[in-house]
Design a binder for this molecule. Sequence first.
Ligand code: TXA
Ligand code: MG
Length: 341
Amino acid sequence: MIKTIIISEDQLHIGAKALSEGKLVVFPTETVYGLGADALNPHSIHQIFVAKGRPSDNPLIVHISDMDQLDRLVREVTDTSKKLMEAFWPGPLTMVMKKSAIIPEIITAGLDTVAIRMPSHKLARDLIRLSGVPVAAPSANLSGSPSPTSERHVIDDLNGRVDVIIRGGDTQVGLESTVLDVTCDPPKILRPGQITYEDIEAVIGEVDYDQHLIDHKEIPRSPGMKYTHYSPKAQVIIINGNKSVEKMKAMKQEFEQMSKSVGIMVSHEYFDQFEGIKCNLGRDNSMIANRLFACLRELDTYDVDIILTHSVKKEKLGVAIMNRLEKAAGHYIIDTEEESK
Ligand code: TXA
Ligand code: MG
C-alpha cells in the first residue's frame, strides 16, 4: 500500500514535482479525472497499469499543455490535424497520430500510433507545464469501473494505490474525450465524446465512425473499447422506445416480486414517477453526460441487483451517452416498440 497525499489546487507544485520524479498523480481534467505519470518514463507507466489493474494491451493517452511539446512526440502533423487542433485544442478531443521513437512501447501497447490530447482544464495544463514532462493518463478509476467524475470517486478507487491526488471538485463534461484516428483518410471516430461527429465534420468536411461503433460485434480499432468498461456491480438494463417508462415500472415490480432490489436511473422529467432507490440524470443531454457515471456509482452503493434506465436519442452528445450506457449494460437492451409488434 502506498501512502497517498491528497492536495488542493494551491499545492500544485507538489504534484508537478512528484510527476517529474516518476510518481503517480491523479488530477482533474474537463472530462474525467486522469491518473498521470511521466509519459517518457516506462517504469512509471508500468505503475499506472498496476495501480488500475489495467490490461497491458490497452494504450494510454499522452497529455500535453502546449503546442511546442507536440513535435517530438509524433512523426507528422497533417493539415487535417492542424485544422482540428486549431478548432478543438485545448479541449476534449484526443487525436491518434503516428508516434515518434521517444514514445515508450508500453504507452502504445506496441502500436505504431500514439493518442495525444491537450486538456482545457486550467489545473491540468498548469500541472503538466510545471512538471516539465508530457503526462500519460488513463481515467483514474480501477479498470472496469465507471470513470471518476468527482474527488470521492477517485479516493474510493485509488487511495493507497497512487502517490498524489489533486482535488478539483466535480468534472465538467463527465464523459471521456472523443478519440479520433487522424492517420486514416477520412479520420475515424474511435470513441464518441462531447466533440461530436457533426462538430468534426464542420471543420474537416468528412469523418467516419469506427465500424465497431455502428455494430458492437465488430472488432474496435481502439483497443480499450473492447472491454466491458464503465460497469457498475449491478446488471444495467436499458429500456428503449416511447413506452419505456411504463415498461420500467412493470419490470421494477416484477424484479421486486422475485426479491431482487432495483435502482432506477431516469432523466429529470420521469424522476417523480418512481419510488425507492433512484438517481436523477438531469434535464438535458449535457447534464446526463455529466451525471451518468456518478449515478451508476451511487446506485451501486445501495447494492442493488438491477439498474433500470431508458435510452436517449443517438444524435450529437447522445451518441457518446448511449455508447457508455450500452457498455455499462453489456448491451442488455429491451425494445418496447418491438415487443408490442
Ligand atoms: O477524457 C479522457 O480521454 C480521459 C482524461 C483523463 O484525459 N482519459 C481517458 O483515458 O479516458 P483512457 O485510458 O481511459 O482511454 C483511452 C482510450 C482507450 O479506449 C484506448 O484504447 C484509446 O484511447 N487509445 C489510446 N491510444 C490509442 C491508439 N494509439 N490507437 C487507438 N486507440 C488508442
Ligand atoms: Mg478509462
